[in-house]
Structures are given as C-alpha cells and as structure tokens.
Design a protein. Structure first.
Length: 277
C-alpha cells in the first residue's frame, strides 16, 4: 500500500518511522516545513514527498483539530476513491462531525482515530519508531465498511500497537476528558504551587509522575480542551468535589474520614489494575 502521513511532528513522524521499519508499505509525507521533509527523506523515514493524494491508499492526518478539519475539507475531492482517510486527534466528535460526510460524499472513507501514545516533547526530532509499541489505538468507525476498518486495524497492529478499541465519538470524548485531559490540567495546576521553588532535593517518583505532563504543548492542549469543554468541565467539577472531601477531613482533623477516603481510592485503583490485566 501507499500511505501518506500529513504533518511530520512527533505523532506523524513516529507513524512514518514505524511504517518504514516494520512494514513493506510505501510511506509518503506532507509537511509545511521543507526542512522537515528533506530531513525525513534523508533519514529514510519517508520514501518521498506526496504531491498527489490520489495515489494514497491510506492518508493519516496528524495535525491539530482545526487544521485537521481544514486539511481534509480542502482536499476532500483529491483523495483516492475507496481510500481510507483517518486522523489522530485527541477529540473525536468535533472532527468526525466536521469531515465524515464530506469525505464519504467524495468517494473516500473516513475513520476517526486516536493513538494513545505521546511524549512530553513535540516535533519531528522527537519521533520514535517504537512510540506506539503496546499502546492502544482507538477507532470510531461509525458504519465505515468493515473491510476498511479491518485494513486500518491490521496496519496499526503491524506498527506495534497492542490493541484496537472501537467506540463512538461521544464516548471517546467523555472518557478521554477523564483519562487524559483532566490529568494534564491537574498536572498544570499542581506545578503552580509556590512551594515548587523549594522542591529540589525533596522530590522523588511521585512528584515526577504527577508533574511529567505539565510540560505540554499549550497550543494543542488548549484546542483539545475547548473543543471538548462539556465532558472536561464535568470532570473538573468532580475532582474539585473529591478534593474538598480531603480538605474538610484535614480541617476537622477527622482521621476516620481521611482513612476511609484513602482506602476507597486504593481499592478503586486496585480494581482498575486488575481490570486492565
């Protein structure tokens, strides 16, 4: 197959590297930066620059949400008939509702997707061929032809993904608001304590775990947050309510309540670990 990756940043570049290292498919690239294209060609990350989308059997658009929608709509009549067009955005309702019908009307097949992998760095320079090893690949097929869904599933599994999860755009966005977006907001808020200036020599694993994703791309994450605001607002209100329970127990020196809160959290985590085995 001929696979075109649009946007050779961390995610797109990692797709290209995985495709070239782990499959026999031809990989073409599209990027606004000629320097990135030239570097990717010289490093054999891609076979060349894509000049004509109609040659691509699968097009993977690896851009921010608004840019993804814009690119797909602007090029919808250029995709090969019967080819698969997919994205990697961390929100699905906005993207799918904006492009699916337009792509379908032009004879191609759109399948929303979200690879659950990343780093606290961005850009082609940080792309890795093994970024997706054992990661989850979420798909929102929405009545896409089964053979197209199977083709995309087989491709991503060959790139190292550990499993494919199929869901609806709405369910995806509701769950991702909790598992990903809220975690980034909490990390960003936590790092703003004035005590941060004194942490050197006093921090270990727990501090590093909780603050790792505070080193984020604010442009991308702002877009993701705003486009998924309702589920995210719900999760923020939920955690504020939970935190207030801990705060109240501390203020009242209520050891029994604090112990119960901690116990309940531990039990929920243990159940979560068991469920994911």
């Amino acid at each position: 197959m001929i696979i075109t990756v649009v946007g050779l940043g961390l995610i797109g570049g990692s797709f290209c590297k995985a495709i070239k290292e782990k499959t026999e498919h031809t990989c073409l690239g599209i990027d606004l930066s000629e320097d990135v294209i030239e570097r990717a060609i010289s490093e054999k990350t891609i076979d060349g620059e894509c000049k004509d989308l109609s040659v691509s059997d699968i097009t993977i658009v690896c851009l921010y949400p608004e840019a993804t929608v814009e690119f797909i709509l602007n090029n919808r009549d250029k995709f090969k008939k019967g080819s698969i067009v997919t994205d990697v955005c961390g929100i699905k309702e906005y993207v799918v509702s904006s492009v699916k019908d337009a792509v379908t009307d032009c004879g191609a097949i759109f399948i929303g997707a979200h690879p659950m992998a990343g780093r606290e760095f961005s850009g082609y320079a940080y792309a890795l061929s093994d970024l997706y090893d054992n990661a989850s690949f979420i798909m929102t097929p929405e009545n896409a032809p089964e053979d197209a869904v199977s083709t995309l599933e087989e491709l991503v599994l060959s790139l190292g993904f550990g499993k494919v999860v199929k869901t609806t755009p709405r369910e995806h966005d509701e769950i991702i608001a909790y598992t990903s977006q809220l975690a980034h907001i909490v990390s960003s808020a936590y790092i703003k304590s004035p005590t941060l200036q004194k942490e050197v020599g006093f921090s270990a694993g727990s501090f590093k775990d909780l603050t790792r994703v505070a080193k984020l791309n604010e442009d991308m994450w702002t877009s993701l947050f705003i486009k998924n605001k309702e589920p995210l607002i719900f999760e923020i209100k939920e955690i504020i309510e939970r935190l207030s329970e801990y705060l109240t127990s501390l203020e009242n020196e209520d050891s029994d309540t604090m112990k119960e809160l901690l116990k309940n959290g531990r039990i929920l985590k243990e159940k979560s670990i068991e469920k994911n085995k």
